[in-house]
Design a protein around this ligand. Sequence first.
Ligand SMILES: Cc1cc2nc3c(=O)[nH]c(=O)nc-3n(C[C@H](O)[C@H](O)[C@H](O)COP(=O)(O)OP(=O)(O)OC[C@H]3O[C@@H](n4cnc5c(N)ncnc54)[C@H](O)[C@@H]3O)c2cc1C
Ligand code: SF4
Ligand code: SF4
Length: 346
Amino acid sequence: MAEKSYLDLKSEVWDPGRCSGCGACIAVCPADALFFEEGEMVTSPKSNGYCKQVTDGVLCGACYEVCPREGDQPSDTLGEYLNLIAAKAAFDVPRRQTGGAVTAILTNALDEGLIDAVVTVTEDRWTQKPRSVVITKSEVLIHEAGSRYSWWVPLLSSLKNAVIDKKYRRIAIVGVPCVVQAIARMRASNNDLIKPYATSIRLIIGLFCTETFDYASLVLGKLKSEKKIDPTQIKKMDVRGKLEILMQNGEKASLSLKELESCVRKGCHLCTDLTSLLSDISAGSVGSPAGSTTLIIRTSTGSSFVDNAVQNNKLIITGGVDKGEIEKLARTKIEKNSKNQYKVIR
Ligand SMILES: Cc1cc2nc3c(=O)[nH]c(=O)nc-3n(C[C@H](O)[C@H](O)[C@H](O)COP(=O)(O)OP(=O)(O)OC[C@H]3O[C@@H](n4cnc5c(N)ncnc54)[C@H](O)[C@@H]3O)c2cc1C
Ligand code: SF4
Ligand code: SF4
């Protein structure tokens, strides 16, 4: 695989519209040659034209190797797991998306010194613009809880900052399934250029994800220009069969998913992973009662982080979950998007 370069990625993933926007290729490029441009519906990265492999004939192939859109896409609903529970934070997480369980597990891990940093997505509170960040303090994590649906920011680009610049060696990542797939490829790789990333990642928390929206198309286009909804006044967004918006003054607005079709990121149309099949712990809302987070604990690593948070009274297990409900949503996503696998998405 090492003789592949960004040109192969361009022809196989960027040009046919298959890119998910995870940012893994940008993170691992040793020449810092790949980047995302700002703008509306930016579907894939670009290259500045320099490439170790192509320009200098030095073996690399790092970008190609980590891309989750190379190879077959998954077709499983729940995947392998050890335990399936509903849980919530044992303390107040004002901005939590569902039960705050993700924040509880991660703050406990930071406070206990089990991890050095969390790589995740937050947003600018005024513009709702998402940004990829490295967080090292539990109070910041609590302040930044909640889901970002208008997500185009390549999350994994900040991984480079955490691994190469800051030299953190016990990193937790929170990501949607395409990000989790890219991390799994890093962990499975023998490429020396990728090893520092693989060995620095201690925990992967994967969020459930049906689709994400392009920030400029959704927030600036659909909400601000068309619906006259001021992004600076949005308190919370949630997607439950429709987009529900809670404003700072308590007013509510909602938009049907049909209305939002043009804002969905192109690469999401061929994604068949709802539950982050390759994570240590997956987290979602479907399957649990309101106020709790569904947790799929998949690995012994995931299990030990959850157990530790429960023992330290940070996380409360509230009961079991409706497995059928999760499988139903996962199957719907697989059926909808499997047919797009070999299409060129425009
Ligand atoms: C784009 C998107 C789509 C989703 N779709 C579904 C769905 O269809 N069905 C379902 O059941 N659940 C879905 N979820 C998951 C759900 O919204 C909650 O994230 C999950 O239930 C965990 O809730 P929590 O209260 O425990 O998390 P919290 O305690 O609120 O913590 C959430 C953590 O996730 C991080 N985060 C937020 N947005 C992102 C992002 N885009 N990428 C990476 N990290 C992020 C935050 O920084 C925070 O650390 C989706 C989440 C996202 C981001
Ligand atoms: S899916 Fe991720 S790794 Fe693949 S080209 Fe897109 S941003 Fe790069
Ligand atoms: S639907 Fe798939 S491709 Fe789109 S953001 Fe979610 S995990 Fe990534």
